[in-house]
Design a protein around this ligand. Structure first.
Ligand code: SAH
Length: 500
């Protein structure tokens, strides 16, 4: 039985620049073989049990020599596996993809190539540089800067210097002096603009602009390192107008997201789409409690006048139990549904339930104020909620009427985060976001005695007053608090911090 190999171009780094076809290959593969320039975030998309093989290359420091990489790919395919060989950019642009495919051909192994966005074009685009432009360049050349002596002779420096097209050198940083000298010697204007784009399309992209005669000195001074693109040509001038990527609100900022793994994606997605880098450190995990009591109260729901939901999780777990019981939202007939805020209401809406009472500020105090206006002594209220939630709402409502609380779940520490917490917090993080008091408590617990030291210099952003109070109780300082206690509110704070 022979397997199949997909040589997939992963694009220059921004994970969304992967093609649909490439993603499909990742999802169906038994083995993924990848290197340094292919963003390893893609591995999350792989199926359960997929084998990952890192054959990372750093120029001049190859971890696995090319012939061994070829061998690994072939061997896995010959074992009958579906293999994705993930390569940065496009597999056929200096990625030695052609050689890898030839080896497969020679061994009679079935293969397909999935092109990718090359850094030579896409990377420039994210630096605000169009590779061609009617006013500045009507051709472009992509050249390897990692030249063996015999290859250098092959390059027609005179033609490159005089063609007026845009020149893009890959793997050229180590040879920069030679490149700029040769171009000037052969007649290119020393004042020709030059840009270095490092880690293009990623959150840590950096662009340095200079001109040909100063290129080497400037690169030294600004410590330009691989992987970088060297762009030579007048198109660099347009960057001032077209630099959309580096101008985004959160560009270059690293933001820690402490929400539960299952819930972190919307915040992370928002951070990433504004140019930041969300680092997920989920410190809480939702654990469902035994639902015997909840089932009993659902059966009795007709006796209640109100049901109060104080979190998305509460809604989700309530409906899970409802579904297990073979029931649906019709159980709410005649019962007023109260929600603490926008997120909870949204979760209810997904199930076709529009909350009757939602306070203006999304905290228990406001919900109480709102309910107080209509709740009567003869009413009966059910609150299915987290074991760890605050007592405030239930306590105050109990002063008015009969209240039953059911602890349908609890938040516990996500143990998996213990191992990575220290590394995450020691890295160059700008912001840490807290979306509930338990995220604060658990992060402190996970970080251990040195938590203050680990959080020093980081800006702590809080979703609302209760979370802020918890942050302060641990002797930490709240950098900013969301005006509206929602994920969007947290985003507004992050963006606002940078604007003002
Ligand atoms: N196949 C890849 C290129 C592989 S050669 C492609 O199509 O993009 C490796 C070189 O590509 C690096 O040394 C660097 O010059 C360039 N490169 C690749 N990804 C890059 C990125 N995100 N930012 C800057 N340069 C990059």
């Amino acid at each position: 039985m022979k397997g199949k190999v997909y040589l997939v171009g992963a694009g220059p780094g921004d994970t969304k620049l992967m093609t649909l076809k490439g993603l499909e290959c990742i999802k169906k593969s038994d083995v993924i073989i990848y290197d340094r320039l292919a963003n390893d975030e893609f591995l999350k998309e792989a199926k359960e049990g997929c084998e990952f093989i890192y054959v990372g290359k750093k120029s001049s420091n190859h971890i696995l020599p090319q012939n061994m990489i070829n061998e690994v790919i072939a061997q896995k395919a010959l074992e009958g596996k579906t293999v994705t060989r993930l390569k940065g950019g496009d597999p056929y642009v200096f990625g030695r993809g052609g050689e890898e495919a030839e080896v497969l051909y020679d061994q009679g192994i079935d293969f397909e190539i999935v092109p990718g966005i090359t850094s030579a074009i896409g990377g420039l685009c994210y630096a605000g540089i169009p590779i061609t432009h009617r006013d500045y360049a009507s051709s472009f050349h992509v050249i390897t800067g990692h030249l063996r002596e015999d290859e250098d002779k092959e390059i027609n420096w005179n033609a490159l210097a005089n063609c007026k097209g845009t020149l893009v050198f890959l793997m050229g940083i180590g040879n920069l002096k030679h490149i700029s000298d040769r171009l000037i010697e052969e007649g290119r204007d020393p004042k020709t603009p030059v840009a270095f784009v490092s880690w293009a399309t990623r959150y840590n992209q950096r662009t340095v602009v200079t001109d040909l005669e100063n290129a080497y000195e400037v690169a030294q001074e600004k410590k330009v390192k691989a992987p970088s693109l060297i762009v030579v040509g007048d198109v660099v001038k347009v960057r001032d107008k077209l630099n959309f990527f580096e101008n985004r609100d959160l560009f270059g900022k690293k933001v820690v997201v402490t929400r539960a793994r299952k819930q972190s994606s919307d915040l992370s997605e928002k951070i990433n789409s504004l140019g930041g880098k969300a680092v997920e450190l989920p410190v809480i995990k939702i654990e469902k409690n035994d639902d015997t009591e909840l089932r009993k109260e659902i059966e009795n729901l007709r006796d209640y006048t109100h049901i109060v939901f104080t979190s998305r999780n509460g809604v989700e777990l309530f409906f899970e139990t409802l579904d297990d019981m073979g029931l649906d939202s019709r159980v709410f007939f005649g019962v007023k549904v109260c929600s603490i805020g926008a997120g909870t209401s949204e979760e209810l809406m997904k199930r076709g339930i529009k909350a009757d009472i939602v306070p203006e500020r999304f905290v228990a105090e406001s919900l109480f104020e709102e309910m107080k206006k209509t709740v009567k002594n003869s009413d009966k209220i059910l609150i299915p909620r987290s074991e760890n939630a605050r007592e405030f709402l239930a306590d105050r409502l109990k002063e008015i009427c009969e209240v039953t609380e059911v602890f349908s779940y609890k938040t516990v520490i996500d143990e998996k985060s213990r191992e990575i917490a220290e590394d995450v917090l020691k890295s160059d993080v700008d912001y840490v976001t807290f979306t509930s008091s338990s995220t604060v408590k658990n992060l402190v617990e996970i970080a251990g005695e040195n938590y203050k030291e680990l959080l020093e210099g980081k800006k702590l952003v809080s979703i609302g007053p209760v979370t802020s109070r918890t942050i302060e109780e641990f002797g930490l300082e709240v950098y900013k608090e969301a005006e509206v206690s929602t994920i969007q509110g947290v985003m507004d704070v992050l963006v606002g911090c940078l604007l003002y």
